[in-house]
Write a protein that binds this ligand. Structure first.
Ligand code: SF4
Length: 243
């Protein structure tokens, strides 16, 4: 544990540190230290991990499970996910002993009202992400004052500059893998013998919803297969308000 993280771990929880203070203290900390600090800051009742159970998700979930496998995990089941992703979720729950995975679906009334023909992903993908991801996440996060996610700076784009700790919609948001490299993620998979997402072997380097995910070719950015041919690069859970 680095010196700042050690100092943070030993301080009283009676006065909560700000996001900036946490970010400074945890800037060079390892993912497990950052998750432990999140737990210490707000307590398990107030902390959730958000995971897509995508191609690199097992690394974050493994580190989290080593810290505390009972931290609630929110999984957004949009209704457009691959069967393989749902199966992978169940495989990882069993393998890692995750005790509280919450599969959150969009509201039926929102689907009937805004996407009766199930074509919104094509005509207005931002609106589709809003009713299938952003609004369900906002509902799921209501009981929590902090959340953890798996974004990495090496993914580039708007992720290239993410801090380790920030504020999003009034909640603390921890990015414990912000500093982690691709090689370190591979190492976590190898050491823990974590299974790969079933679609990875057939060329899907980043997996989201079926209509908005395609294979990538050699040399392409790993997220190039998401919303291919469109300007959209993010679903909105990190860029739209979740409060
Ligand atoms: Fe809809 Fe595509 Fe967003 Fe999934 S990723 S919610 S299908 S627009």
């Amino acid at each position: 544990m680095n010196a700042m993280a050690t100092q943070f771990a030993s301080q009283s929880t009676s006065v909560l540190p700000t996001a900036d203070e946490l970010d400074r203290a945890l800037r060079d900390a390892a993912p497990a230290e950052i998750i432990a600090a999140a737990l210490k800051t707000v307590g398990r009742d107030q902390l959730a991990v958000v995971s897509s159970f995508g191609t690199e998700s097992a690394a974050l979930l493994k580190v989290m499970a080593d810290v505390d496998p009972a931290i609630p995990v929110i999984f957004l089941d949009t209704g457009w996910l691959f069967e393989e992703t749902l199966a992978y979720r169940d495989t990882l729950i069993a393998k890692l002993g995750l005790r509280d995975v919450r599969s959150i679906k969009p509201l039926e009334e929102a689907l009937k009202r805004d996407d009766p023909d199930q074509e919104l992903w094509f005509s207005n993908p931002d609106a589709c992400c809003r009713i299938r991801k952003v609004e369900p996440l906002a509902r799921a996060l209501k009981p929590f004052s902090a959340w953890i996610n798996g974004r990495k700076r090496f993914q580039g784009g708007v992720r290239a500059d993410i801090p380790v700790v920030e504020v999003d919609g009034g909640r603390l948001k921890f990015n414990p893998f912000a500093n982690v490299s691709r090689e370190e993620i591979k190492d976590i998979y190898a050491r823990a013998k974590l299974p790969q997402h079933p679609l990875q072997a057939s060329g899907f380097m980043s997996v989201g919803c079926m209509p908005c995910t395609s294979r990538t070719t050699e040399g392409e950015d790993e997220r190039a297969g998401r919303w291919r041919g469109r300007a959209k690069t993010e679903c909105g859970i990190h860029t739209m308000k979740t409060s």
